[in-house]
Design a binder for this molecule. Structure first.
Ligand SMILES: C[S@@+](CC[C@H](N)C(=O)[O-])C[C@H]1O[C@@H](n2cnc3c(N)ncnc32)[C@H](O)[C@@H]1O
Length: 224
């Protein structure tokens, strides 16, 4: 549950260095996570895909590579982030707020959201809105950070999140506050059964989650 004005401004301020900072902070593992989501999407051969909170278009581009026959639309509410998606040559980009999507009911076979739901003003309302634009039987894929369950690893990861990541992100982008926000948002974001419950209570018939990289990230897929 985040303040949309703060979130939009934070991404506007780091847009120029977002991709670089991501790869540095995750040591490139974020690329593998997006690949995994794209393979899951491709396994169902969707024809119409929405990547909401597409930002610089990293996930949308990976999905286009894995689903060459699909029409992939990228939507985001921060234009400076989408300027980078445009530079990649993503053909179908639209300014769109995940809380109020400018699409008809049932317009997509798959919706993806990578590191985006965590930034939205209401997780239940955003999930319900994503369900609305999915056709019956369509799938939502949520990729986001999580906290490892194994206590020693969790403690080490928290140290990284609160001390190291904001320092490095601050040096690369000059906007340490955006990375302090990131750490805080990861702490508050529902994971595991809590996220599965959130999805099944807000428009999805079934949902399941899978931990990635010892639980520092997770993928949830949910069927309408
Ligand atoms: C961390 S970036 C993720 C970008 C990309 N999906 C990726 O995998 O790297 C989060 C993006 O979510 C967008 N965002 C946050 N809240 C949003 C909302 N309510 N509607 C649309 N986009 C939103 C931000 O503008 C930002 O571009």
């Amino acid at each position: 549950m985040q303040d949309p004005v703060f979130v939009r401004n934070a991404f506007r301020d780091i847009a120029g260095r977002y991709v670089l900072t991501n790869h540095v902070l995750s040591l490139g593992i974020d690329v593998l996570w997006r690949n995994k989501v794209a393979k899951m999407v491709a396994s169902r051969d969707p024809k119409r895909v929405l990547d909401i909170a597409t930002g610089s278009g990293d996930l949308a581009e990976t999905i286009r590579e894995k689903c060459p026959d699909a029409h992939v639309v990228g939507g985001d509410f921060c234009q400076p982030m989408m300027a980078h998606a445009r530079k990649r040559g993503l053909p179908d980009l639209i300014v769109a707020d995940g809380m109020n999507l400018p699409f008809a009911d049932g317009a997509f076979d798959a919706v993806t959201v990578g590191f985006g739901l965590r930034n939205m003003a209401s997780y239940p309302d955003a999930a319900a809105e994503m369900a609305r634009v999915l056709a019956p039987g369509g799938k939502l894929y949520v990729l986001d950070f999580s906290l490892p369950r194994f206590a020693p690893l969790r403690a080490a990861y928290r140290f990284y999140l609160h001390k190291i990541m904001p320092a490095i992100g601050g040096v690369i982008t000059g906007k340490r506050g955006a990375y302090d926000y990131l750490s805080g948002s990861i702490e508050k974001f529902p994971s595991g059964q809590e996220m599965v419950g959130l999805l099944t209570e807000n428009g999805f018939r079934v949902a399941r989650g899978e931990q990635l990289s010892f639980g520092i990230a997770a993928i949830y897929d949910a069927e309408k």
